[in-house]
Design a protein around this ligand. Structure first.
Ligand code: COS
Length: 385
């Protein structure tokens, strides 16, 4: 399908695809097996300016938007979700600065982020605050010119590898979600350390660690937005980033589908390549249709976001929900049409299926996405009355 991308957008997609094919595909299995962080690929992405895609030109970026980021994420995801998660989580961690930073904060952090010199991570989740994001217990106590952070963040992508952390903590616990604030914390700040690296089912090239704050003093000026705005910072950040998770779904599904087509054309059973059988054809037809539907939704949502619309909560949740449920079905069916071969590590689809599972879980489970969509439907219905 022609999505009427501009020449520049096509170039970005092509560049990301080239990196995916030449640099990621040859090493993805090894990265997965060794659970190795893809530093070399991050350097290639930095050298190709892909970290600066969505960062304004005045801060050293390319000044593009969600659609361009979506195109890059999709192509990287077709090769390896572990790598694309590392790249996309960097954007997730950057949004609080981009959306709520002062000009000084932006000047301080964004040029290095755009150049890929310093990676970023987003610290919201805690042991007792996952879906219930308002239930965070990490505290930020104001003491003179500093905030003092105490608490532990869990399952933080890019944890330990990133140098810049955007962290949500309670500056006034008595106010519930309205007592949360957002902060920038730099890696080498005293009182800030990391827990063990998690061992995961999929996206094993990406790093997932705890962030531990023990009387960690950060300058008062590291607050993003105002005190009490932390929950809004987190929600707006997720509104911006969820379409990217949808793009990951489209990418991994396309990657698995391409493998399935290739395999079914060469695998012969009953005297014919198995693609000649209607049972296989119907599965492939459903997979292709679902991928295209998800891609159309993801691209259009990204375009809508780039138009400056501010009611993006519902549509970004829809794009994430639809594309990632689709990715789980398509990767599972890629394994199915490839049968025993699909299940073996010699082929990449078993990894794609393992990797795809996280997309239905992180940046809000798909059950939470349905809640978000439903809450917005209720609000819209009440307004229309
Ligand atoms: N944009 C702006 N404001 C938002 C918002 C959004 N997308 N979503 C909620 N808010 C506001 C609400 O309007 C409300 O404001 P008031 O207190 O002024 O009325 C406030 O934030 C609290 O909202 P709500 O009552 O809906 O919060 P809940 O505690 O019920 O939680 C969900 C809402 C479940 C949607 C939220 O906690 C969530 O997204 N959870 C999943 C978190 C997640 O994605 N975690 C993944 C880890 S980060 S990778």
């Amino acid at each position: 399908m022609d999505y009427f991308l501009s020449e520049e957008q096509m170039m970005i997609k092509e560049l990301a695809r080239q990196i995916a094919v030449e640099k990621i595909v040859p090493v993805r299995q090894e990265l997965d097996e060794k659970e190795e962080f893809p530093w070399e690929i991050m350097r290639v992405l930095a050298g190709s300016d892909l970290f600066g895609l969505f960062i304004p030109e005045e801060f050293g970026g390319l000044g593009k938007g969600s659609l361009e980021l979506t195109l890059a994420v999709e192509e990287l995801s077709a090769a390896c979700l572990g790598v694309s998660t590392t790249y996309a989580a960097n954007a997730l961690g950057t949004y609080p600065i981009l959306l709520f930073g002062t000009p000084e904060q932006k000047q301080k952090y964004l040029p290095d982020i755009a150049a890929g010199k310093r990676l970023v991570a987003f610290g919201l989740t805690e042991a007792n605050a996952g879906s219930d994001a308002g239930g965070i217990q990490t505290t930020a106590r104001l003491e003179g010119g500093h905030y003092v952070l105490n608490g532990t963040k869990q399952w933080i992508t890019n944890g330990g590898e990133a140098e810049i952390y955007t962290v949500i903590a309670m500056s006034d616990k008595s106010k519930g979600p309205r007592g949360a604030s957002a902060f920038v914390v730099e890696k080498d700040t005293p009182g800030f350390s990391f827990g063990k690296k998690e061992r995961k089912m999929g996206i094993r090239a990406s790093a997932t660690r705890e962030l531990v704050f023990e009387d960690c003093r950060i300058p008062r000026e590291n607050i993003l937005g105002r005190e009490g705005m932390g929950f809004i910072v987190a929600m707006k950040t997720l509104d911006s980033s969820r379409v990217g998770v949808g793009a990951q779904g489209v990418g991994v599904a396309q990657g698995a589908f391409d493998e399935a087509i290739k395999f079914t054309r060469s695998r012969v059973q009953f005297g014919h390549p198995i693609i000649a059988f209607q049972a296989i054809q119907h599965m492939l037809a459903d997979m292709a249709t679902e991928i295209e539907a998800a891609r159309a939704l993801v691209y259009h949502t990204a375009r809508y976001m780039d138009s400056g619309a501010n009611d993006v909560t519902k549509v970004s949740a829809m794009a994430k929900l639809f594309a990632t449920d689709m990715a789980m079905r398509v990767t599972t069916n890629a394994v199915q049409v490839m049968g025993g071969s699909g299940y073996m590590r010699e082929y990449p689809v078993e990894k794609m299926m393992r990797d795809a599972k996280i997309l239905q879980i992180y940046e809000g489970t798909n059950q939470i996405q349905r809640n978000v969509i439903a809450q917005n439907l209720i609000k819209e219905a009440a307004k229309a009355k």
